[in-house]
Design a binder for this molecule. Structure first.
Ligand code: ZN
Length: 313
């Protein structure tokens, strides 16, 4: 994207980019990080029916402390009711409704037994979790599908579920800078600076979204370069105040040239999340399609054609 295009981005476009940037990734050499063996209990756990998933399964798995599990439960009717009213044309509303759903159905349990909220989940894991909640909620079917055209000409129907997700994979080059202690990338730069970067948490992104909405209400143009880079540097936080963001912006504007150029390039190598949908065609080739929401984000928790499906005649 050129500078010109970036400066023309409105707040809504920024949010759209944010939620569409199906960020996340699954490093191919996860085993190198020496994660301890995690016991995953997939039996129905307690009255809340949370299922435990090893963090290694998630696109941002390496960024959680080793041995953590992400606990997820099916959505209840009242949560589906609230979600079903999402405005598909309002990106702020989509992010909010998804966060409400995650807030109800997702938590993280660390190795020492402490429990954290969805705010501590990495932002690029958001879609993966939404589809995981969907799978747990509609265990008896109600699939959401899209189609891809295979190179052989055949139309392939691909269900939106975890098995069919192709995750972004960071290059081995970038992975070589991963620091397992801080669960972030650690870069020493030739100007003497050291930077730790990782995908931000959902909590931190919520703070930034509030800041953007506030700035927009005051008719101020957000500094998009700042918004692109700084959340990665604040990877170990789950919130920041508006004043905190303003003081970070002041610091950011005084950053030296090399640091800016380096950070700008490093952040671009940190795409995590769901890249594509994929499925093997009958001909043997793998067909791909972009990650999309058939019928919009509101349809994720709404049974397709429920009238015909449930009417008794
Ligand atoms: Zn084919």
């Amino acid at each position: 994207m050129s500078k010109q295009e970036e400066s023309n981005l409105s707040e809504e476009e920024y949010l759209r980019k944010h939620i569409e940037g199906l960020e996340s990734n699954k490093p191919s050499n996860t085993q190198n990080f020496q994660q301890p063996e995690v016991k995953v209990d997939n039996s129905r756990a307690s009255d809340l029916h949370y299922f435990a998933f090893d963090v290694k399964e998630f696109p941002c798995g390496v960024f959680y402390p080793a041995g953590s599990t992400i606990q997820v439960r099916a959505a209840q009717v009242k949560e589906i009711q609230a979600y079903s009213m999402v405005d598909d044309n309002n990106f702020y509303d989509i992010v909010e409704k998804m966060n409400d759903m995650l807030s109800s159905c997702v938590r993280i349990k660390y190795l020492d037994g402490t429990i954290g909220s969805y705010m501590e989940i990495r932002d690029p894991d958001r879609y993966y979790l939404i589809f995981l909640i969907r799978e747990l909620t509609f265990q008896k079917g109600s699939s959401l599908t899209t189609t891809a055209t295979c190179e052989c000409g055949q139309e392939v129907s691909i269900e939106l579920k975890r098995d069919n997700f192709k995750l972004f994979e960071p290059s081995d080059r970038i992975l070589s800078f991963f620091d397992a202690i801080s669960t972030s990338f650690r870069f020493e730069v030739k100007n003497g600076k050291v930077f730790n970067l990782a995908p931000p948490t959902i909590g931190l992104q919520k703070s930034f979204t509030e800041y953007i909405v506030k700035e927009n209400a005051e008719k101020k143009k957000p500094n998009l370069s700042f918004l692109k880079i700084i959340p990665f540097l604040l990877y170990d936080r789950t919130s920041i105040t508006i004043d905190g963001i303003k003081s970070k912006l002041e610091e950011y504007q005084k950053i030296d040239d090399i640091s800016f150029q380096f950070l700008n390039a490093a952040v671009e190598k940190m795409t995590f999340g769901i890249e594509k949908l994929r499925k093997q065609c009958q001909c043997g080739l793998e067909s791909h399609t972009d990650m999309i929401f058939p019928d919009g984000p509101s349809a994720i928790f709404v049974v397709h054609d429920a009238f015909e499906q449930f009417i008794k005649e």
